[in-house]
Design a protein around this ligand. Sequence first.
Ligand code: 5AD
Ligand code: SF4
Length: 434
Amino acid sequence: MILNKVYLESFGCQMNAFDSEVLESLLEEDGFSITQDPSDANAIIVITCSVRENAERRAIGRLNDLSRHKGAILAVCGCMAQRLGEKLFDLVPALEIVAGPDSYSMLPSTISKAIAGEDRKILVETDSSVTYRLRKVTGSSPSRYLSITRGCENYCSYCIVPFVRGSVRSKEAGAVIEDLRILAASGAKEITLLGQNVMAYQSGDCGFVELLYRILEETDIYRIRFLTTHPRDVNEGIFKLMAENGRICPHIHLPFQSGSDRILSAMNRGYTRSEYLDIISMARELRPDIAFTTDIIVGFPGENDADFEETLDIVEKVRFDSAFTFKYSPREGTRAAELDNHVPAEVKKSRLEALNNTIQSIRKEIMTECIGSIEEILLDARVKKGENHFLKGRTPHFRNVLLGTDNGNPGDIFSVVLKELRNFTFIGEEITGR
Ligand code: 5AD
Ligand code: SF4
């Protein structure tokens, strides 16, 4: 029997990276094989992002580029598929299938029918019961993702996600544990639990912190991380757990978006700058070395110089390990897109530069202070730079370390001393391996 081959590309966030593993497992179960070469594929799938306009522009460019593989069925999945639906057939004439994030279970059979000659198909029904179980695991990296919640109902005024990812649903706790065991059996040592709002997890009377206790007790996953959180859902419990159990990594990604109360209110974020800073203090009281990362938007409609200064002030007060920073991008259908006072492009650009400079210099200071310390790293990959071979790993705080040796394997845990800093990556030296 000749197997149909699928080539898959994923853009955007970690949820899309996880969804591509889900899709691979669904396709393999249905008799497809995965190829790394689009010219060898019977079907090409692109998983897309809608969060900013340039993410969509890039995805459409890539889809048109992949259209040259005339023998393959071209399918688009993810947030942009959900948002633009039928319009995508005009934007990408070679497109045959459009499938939103809740309809991946139907994708393998839809692709088979398209290969057999069936017409263009659009699958964008939303279904708030969909959480996707893992059945056949395709990856083998020691560091993996598992989605535990999907969707978002926060309706931040700038954000398209609630419109494309639908309402919040949580994977049943027993199913989370089973999926984790499947991942552990395929070599996972570190899992990042994913959700648009991971701390909004609720399955029966099991909330996020209770779920973590169950995971600690019922699996042997060595390191547990989670992503992403909303300050509104954060409570003491999570930091207490980080303080008492080393398997919960001492790092939290906690987007604050803006340091100005006026802008936070216009963004419908549901907290003030002082409430955000209170969370940081509470966390540091319980676990002083915790690493914070964040997301920040500059140039939200009506943001003036004083508002922006307040954003810089939060950055200086909290001292983030790193941050994702974005220029506000209007998304059709969101409340912010209707606002007046849009900030000129050149102002957004100069604020972004100033913000990034501040973040980078603090980042360098934080990392320089770590030189000489001993850290446990989980090796996740081999890398080659020029003629030199390295092993790459991360500390519990999510800091990158390179070891100048190839005497070790992804999945190994090494104690290393951090010797020096090169481009925001530590160069480490092994003390002991096991
Ligand atoms: N414009 C710019 N950045 C945005 N984000 C979400 N929506 C927009 C938008 N319309 C950013 C937020 C969010 C991250 C994933 O993307 O900072 O936390
Ligand atoms: Fe992009 Fe957000 Fe969708 Fe992820 S959830 S793919 S970041 S729009």
